[in-house]
Design a binder for this molecule. Structure first.
Ligand code: BES
Ligand code: ZN
Ligand code: ZN
Length: 492
């Protein structure tokens, strides 16, 4: 992506067209040649084109297509990411190799969002397609953005680059099939991607897990031929600041174990490692933008399989915290592996704040569909900060309740707790309460249930079909806002 303060329309070019603005008032008039302008006038007249949000007009000229995308006049900052993404899509559909996009004098914050949105949309996962590769490949390689304050805008380039590259990495690992991404290969990927950027990567293997007493994690992994891994990422560019921890569920395939899932859609369970993918992508972003934060990431990786060595419903395991768990349903495995990861990170790094991300329950998708991730937290203040970052970023989250009654629901007759509720609904909340039992007194904790947000079968504006990378930008924004203190003022 190039950014400059003027454009000449000698290559394909795209303009946004604010609703209510007449063609005569449009800045394109000063950029296009006379011949091009008369073509535009004719096309607008012929098509009776009116600028409305999402409407596109394509005018063919000798130097390539001239494209207009309608936008609403009161577009908020976050919406600009979607306009940027639509611009990318429109240019891609025109099958051009290079193109320009004129942003004029729009607010620099909006402009940077548009560029980030285009970068986010410029993603596809086609490495396993061996046929028609050329046809499918996108030939759009260079976009030149024009903005009157190009220099000011360019200052943000490291930021949008860092974020798009972080999100793309998350989408890559989430899209990979489970015979390619499994705990050990995920650890290699983390080392390969992050060490060169200055992130310290430590990998804990089963022998050490045994010594640490991680019975809950080991129990989930014991049915699989793949060994579990705990991957620790350390990025500390601000030792004077409090440690913030990010913990991600990394079940590289969730068959359900002995409580096996129905085969319909079971293939979706390759993305049950999305939480760990977000932690990986977030740390890439932090490293690329050289973020002044003190962060630790934990990716807890295991595969949940049925076999002769698999854990049974009714098994009792002892977690690293010393608390015992009756495994009533082996498909509620995410909370088991997270229990040990959460405890580990608190023992080793004493973070004041922990955010975990997990494709934890189907129940959250029943409650919130594919529109919001569920936020569960023991802290109103942390929730407020995350909700604010969510609004700034356009990655929606909705706060869900915690309650003593949900907690009682996971009491077990023979152990300290069981891994599922007694079947009285509120599956997202009982799962969150299970995790809460592994959070130490005084620690601010938020749990994001991203089961409905990590993958999309429809065409999402910023990600298309497939892995979304949901969470990377939200948490990156949150970390940036934490620096600014006055969090909610940065909204628009
Ligand atoms: N990985 C699933 C949750 C999930 C469902 C993620 C749909 C993404 C999309 C999780 O491990 C699971 O199986 N949860 C069970 C819990 C139940 C056994 C209490 C569920 O939600 O059905
Ligand atoms: Zn499961
Ligand atoms: Zn799962």
């Amino acid at each position: 992506m190039n950014v400059q303060n003027s454009l000449e329309a000698n290559s394909p070019i795209l303009f946004f067209w604010e609703k209510g603005l007449s063609l005569e008032q449009h800045a394109a008039k000063n950029i296009l040649s006379k011949e091009q302008w008369s073509l535009v006038e004719a096309a607008v007249r012929f098509e009776k084109f009116e600028a409305k949000a999402g409407k596109t007009l394509v005018v063919h000229s000798q130097s390539g297509p001239i494209i207009f995308i309608g936008i609403n006049a009161d577009a908020k900052s976050v919406q600009w990411a979607e306009w940027g993404a639509s611009a990318y899509k429109a240019l891609k559909c025109s099958r051009v190799e290079s193109a320009s996009i004129w942003l004029g004098d729009i607010n620099v914050r909006y402009a940077k969002n548009a560029i980030e949105g285009a970068g986010l949309r410029a993603y596809s996962f086609d490495k396993y397609k061996t046929k028609n590769k050329e046809k499918q490949a996108c030939c759009l390689t260079t976009i030149t953005w024009g903005h009157e304050k190009a220099d000011e805008l360019k200052e943000h380039e490291p930021l949008w680059n860092a974020r798009t590259m972080g999100v793309h990495l998350t989408r890559d690992v989430v899209s990979e099939p489970p015979n390619v991404i499994y705990p050990e290969s995920m650890a290699s990927k983390a080392v390969e991607e992050l060490e060169k950027l200055g992130v310290e990567v430590t990998v804990i293997k089963p022998d050490e897990m045994k010594k640490l007493g991680m019975g809950a994690l080991l129990g989930v992994a014991q049915g699989s031929l793949f060994e579990p891994r705990l991957i620790i990422l350390r990025w500390n560019k601000a030792p004077q600041k409090e440690v913030k921890a990010f913990v991600g569920k990394g079940v590289t395939f969730d068959s359900g174990g002995i409580s096996i899932k129905p085969s319909n859609n079971m293939e979706d369970m390759k993305y049950d490692m999305a939480g760990s993918g977000v932690v990986l992508g977030l740390f890439k972003t932090l490293a690329l933008r050289n973020a002044e934060v003190n962060a630790v990431g934990v990716m807890v990786m295991a595969e949940n399989m049925p076999s002769g060595t698999a854990q049974r419903p009714a098994d009792v395991v002892t977690s690293m915290s010393g608390q015992t768990i009756e495994v009533v349903n082996t498909d509620a495995e995410g909370r088991l592996i997270l229990a040990d990861a959460l405890w580990y990170v608190q023992e080793k790094y004493q973070p004041k704040t922990i955010v975990d991300l997990a494709t934890l329950t189907g129940a959250i998708t029943v409650a919130l569909g594919l529109e919001y991730a569920g936020l569960f937290s023991n802290s109103d203040c942390l929730s407020k900060e995350l909700l604010c970052a969510s609004e700034c970023t356009g990655e929606p989250i909705w706060r869900m309740p915690l309650n003593e009654a949900y907690d009682r629901d996971i009491d077990s007759d023979i152990a300290d707790m069981k891994n599922v509720g007694s079947g009285r609904g509120a599956g997202g909340s009982t799962a969150a309460h299970f995790l809460k039992r592994f959070i130490k007194e005084g620690v601010n904790w938020a749990h994001l249930d991203i089961a409905g947000m990590a993958w999309d079968k429809k065409n999402k504006p910023l990600s298309g079909k497939g892995a979304t990378g949901f969470g990377v930008r939200l948490l990156d924004t949150w970390l940036m806002n934490c620096d600014k203190e006055a969090t909610c003022t940065t909204k628009n």
